[in-house]
Ligand binder design. Structure first.
Ligand code: BCO
Length: 548
């Protein structure tokens, strides 16, 4: 057993491994919480040490490819070296300090991993965001979080420059690019010249680590703040039963790096087990590229939103018998039993469902090897205790519809978000008796399996994206044709739900061609906010347009 780094129990992950393989006695369980934990020093550097001692196979830690044939393979040793350099860039070159916030808006580029781990080493709170964001989305995030730093690429740098004067807290802009840009620090060059010597902070397990923006029914996205406990949770024996990753596994998580699913599936989960993270740059989603990639590379596990599997099944008629694929996981929206069955029939691999939110990470799921009940999201994963509750937080009888609640009293479980930052009202609103109320509706059966039914509010979940109607209404309101609008969810065979907009036109636009206007309004929404929110076709490829 390895020596402890910060004085907490020796190598809990190792004991977890042993417990998974049925050997050894667990000295550290789902409910213990070390005082100090840091994913960089306690996990990443551990695997670097294992590599150096020849106790881990030759698989890279990160294996990145793109459509142009480029490939990056970094070992754990290289990850340690490069992420220490990143931490030095943040603290020495940028002057960022522990507790400062960095907005991280990158596509799937290898630097994303260096930045996240570099932030964890230096205690900088990282705030991932999707590259689909537009200037207003970014402005809101920078202002509300008072971020001291932002890192992005050429594509979004002009948008950031257009709003930077409105963000007084912002003191550093970092660019990931092969070109330089005035007013921006060149991260790629800085990494090369930075020192690889860095002393990782001794983070308390409950110190803040990351902020995820999450949409609500009304108003702007809230800041769900997570502690280092989010990373620690991937370590716990029960959580590790979900994927049961081994060092020889190659996990491909197909989620945009802006979401919590990527932070878990593309980082904490695989590296906790010393597995290889596989990433395809995938600038545009293309089921054909996914199929080809699963044939070409020795990917053993795949994690993606149901819409991804659905689109592959619908758009690829040819073989889906992938040579190395053993285990598939899905989460982010509901999966239909017939989709699960078709995936099994066409690939020969079972598709296991997990459930979570930006506030919770993965909180329940069908663990690998467990009986799958098609249509169910599986069971709650300790230390989360999920119960179905009423509006007052009372536990409801089995098979009764209610809200999915996660017990927070007497003890808040590790991995659950800390609070909505600077928003005690919203934080209090989701506390319901002894539970955190997820706002999702479900039932629980006699075996503890949870059956998702829908939301208890107006949030729209379209192909795994959580969309607040108000965000779309605000975007529509900026168009001169829109006097008023109401945005709701509408069923869809591919995305399960899509955004549907009811619009009252201003008098000047009453005589306009409605098809053209529909397209114009769709383009308008795509141009002022993240395009995934745009109102898609509902009926006859049109937005419903009402006139007065
Ligand atoms: O469908 P359209 O072509 O009309 O529009 C698409 C894009 O073409 C367009 N777009 C994208 N970037 C743009 C742009 N338009 C203008 N300028 C740009 N820069 O906007 C629409 C975006 O829709 P999309 O993202 O759904 O695109 P797509 O290609 O259909 O992707 C399909 C999926 C399935 C890959 C995508 O929907 C997806 O990634 N879904 C999963 C989301 C996810 O990971 N959710 C998990 C959240 S975390 C969580 O749930 C907690 C779990 C623990």
């Amino acid at each position: 057993i390895r020596k402890s780094y910060h004085g907490f129990h020796p190598a809990p992950w190792y004991l977890c491994c042993r417990s998974l393989s049925g050997a050894g006695t667990l000295r550290w369980n789902d409910y213990d919480r070390p005082k100090e934990f840091n994913f960089a020093s306690d996990v990443l550097d551990y695997w670097t040490q294992m590599e150096q001692e020849g106790k881990r196979g030759p698989n890279p830690a990160l294996w990145w490819v793109n459509n142009q044939g480029d490939e990056v393979k970094w070992s754990f040793r290289e990850m340690t070296d490069l992420s220490r350099r990143a931490a030095n860039v943040f603290t020495q070159t940028c002057g960022l300090q522990q507790g400062d916030r960095l907005a991280l808006i990158l596509p799937r580029v290898p630097e994303w991993w260096l930045v996240v781990i570099g932030c964890i080493r230096a205690g900088i709170i990282f705030m991932p965001g999707t590259t689909q964001m537009k200037a207003k989305d970014i402005l809101y995030r920078l202002q509300v979080s008072k971020a001291q730093g932002i890192m992005t690429t050429d594509t979004l740098a002009p948008e950031v420059d257009s709003l930077v004067s409105e963000c007084p807290a912002l003191k550093t802009k970092l660019l990931v690019s092969d070109h330089s840009r005035h007013g921006w620090l060149d991260f790629r060059s800085l990494i090369k010249s930075a020192s690889p010597d860095h002393t990782c902070i001794k983070s308390k397990t409950l110190d803040p680590m990351a902020i995820f923006f999450t949409s609500g029914t009304t108003g702007f996205p809230k800041m769900a703040k997570h502690s280092h406990g989010l990373a620690l949770r991937s370590f716990l024996p029960s959580c590790r039963k979900c994927l049961q990753l081994k060092t020889s596994d190659v996990l491909w998580s197909i989620s945009d790096p802006g979401w919590i699913l990527a932070v878990l599936g593309c980082l904490f989960e695989p590296w906790t087990s010393g597995s290889t993270i596989f990433i395809h740059h995938l600038p545009q989603f293309d089921p054909k590229v996914i199929q080809e990639t699963l044939f070409k590379y020795p990917i053993t596990q795949c994690l993606a939103a149901p819409a991804v599997y659905r689109m592959i099944l619908q758009q690829i008629p040819t073989s889906l018998r992938f040579p190395a694929l053993e285990h598939c996981i899905t989460g982010g929206e509901a999966l239909l039993p017939e989709e699960q069955e078709e995936w099994r029939r066409r690939t020969g691999v079972l598709l296991y469902e997990v459930y979570g939110q930006s506030e919770t990470g993965i909180s329940c799921g069908t663990l690998r090897g467990m009986k799958i009940k098609p249509g169910s999201m599986g069971i709650s994963i300790p230390p989360f205790d999920i119960q179905i509750i009423d509006e007052k937080g009372n536990i409801l009888p089995l098979n009764t519809e209610g809200n999915i609640g996660i017990r927070i009293k007497p003890t808040k479980p590790i991995g659950l978000f800390m609070c909505y930052e600077d928003n005690p009202v919203k934080t209090a609103e989701v506390e319901c008796g002894d539970f955190y109320n997820t706002g999702d509706r479900a039932t629980m059966d006699e075996e503890g399996y949870i059956w998702f039914l829908g939301r208890n509010d107006d949030i729209i979940n379209s192909s795994g994206y959580r969309i607040g109607p108000a965000e779309v209404e605000n975007a529509l309101a900026e168009h001169p044709a829109v006097a008023e609008s109401a945005v709701v969810s509408s069923p869809d065979p591919i995305r399960k739900e899509v955004v549907k907009a009811f619009i009252v036109l201003t008098p000047e636009f009453l005589s306009h061609d409605q098809d053209q206007l529909t397209q114009e309004l769709q383009q308008h929404v795509k141009s002022v906010t993240a395009p995934y929110k745009y109102p898609r076709k509902v009926l006859d490829s049109k937005i419903y347009i009402f006139t007065i």
